[in-house]
Every structure is written in C-alpha cells, then in structure tokens.
Write a protein that binds this ligand. Sequence first.
Ligand code: FAD
Length: 117
Amino acid sequence: NMTNETLKAELGNASWKLLHTVLARYPVIPSTDQQSHLSNFITYFAKVYPCGDCARHFQQLLVKYPPQISTRSNAAIWGCHIHNLVNERLNKTIYNCNHIIEDYQCGCGEEEQPDQQ
Ligand code: FAD
C-alpha cells in the first residue's frame, strides 16, 4: 500500500544519505584498520538493512561488486555505482558520479573527523 511504499522510500533515502556521506568523508588515504572498519560497516549495513528483499538483493550486489575501500575516491565512486545499479533495477534515473565527493558534505570539516582508528 501507499504508506508502506512511502516508509520504504524514506528509509532508502536516509540510508543512502548516510552511506554516501560516510564514503565521501572516509579518509583520503585510509590505514589498514580504517579499511577494515569500512569493509565491516558495509557488510553489516547490508545484513541489518530492515527491508528483507532490499538486503538480500544488496548482499548479492556486494558479492559481484566488492566494496572498494583503498581510498576515499575509490570508495565514494564505488558507492555511487552500486546505488546506480539499484536505481537501474528500480527504473530510476542514473546519477552522475563525477562530483560525488562534493555532493555529500557532512558539515563537520576535515579537522573535526573522528579518530577512526
Ligand atoms: P534514492 O534512491 O533513495 O536516492 C536518494 C537521493 O540520492 C536521490 O534523490 C539523489 O539525489 C541521490 N542519488 C541517487 N542516485 C545516487 C547515486 N548513484 N549516488 C549518489 N547519490 C544518488 N527499494 C526497493 O523498492 N527495492 C529494493 O530492492 C531496494 N533495495 C535497496 C537497497 C539499499 C541498500 C538501500 C539503501 C535502499 C534500497 N531500496 C530499495 C530503496 C531505494 O533504493 C530508494 O531509496 C527508494 O526507492 C527511494 O528512492 P528515491 O527516488 O527517493 O531516491
């Protein structure tokens, strides 16, 4: 029904916003620990995502397109591409990934990033 579709869309919006912002603010050159934190975050994000069909499908995408965690740029572009694959499946507009890092600011400034060790 309409209400459920609205709730699902709001959850999707908020979730993509968090994921893209995390990726766009990920360290430019991450340490090994930081890389493992991002890798784990994405794995568990996919596992706990509360829409079951979405989670199942997203986990399949992760197998086919493993998260790129080596640099901020690679991570942000990977996230943009995987969201586009979901867009494609849902017949939504494909997003232009050229300015993905500028598109997702956190309002916190580089110097205020948490210590991600
Ligand atoms: P959204 O796709 O929510 O995007 C929000 C905003 O992000 C857009 O308005 C645009 O400004 C921007 N954006 C769009 N594409 C990109 C991109 N590639 N990179 C960066 N920014 C972008 N719904 C289902 O019905 N079935 C599913 O299987 C499903 N799987 C999902 C899996 C995951 C992991 C997530 C997070 C959501 C999933 N959803 C699924 C929800 C779906 O993706 C949308 O969030 C929802 O349909 C609302 O769409 P929207 O048009 O508002 O834009």
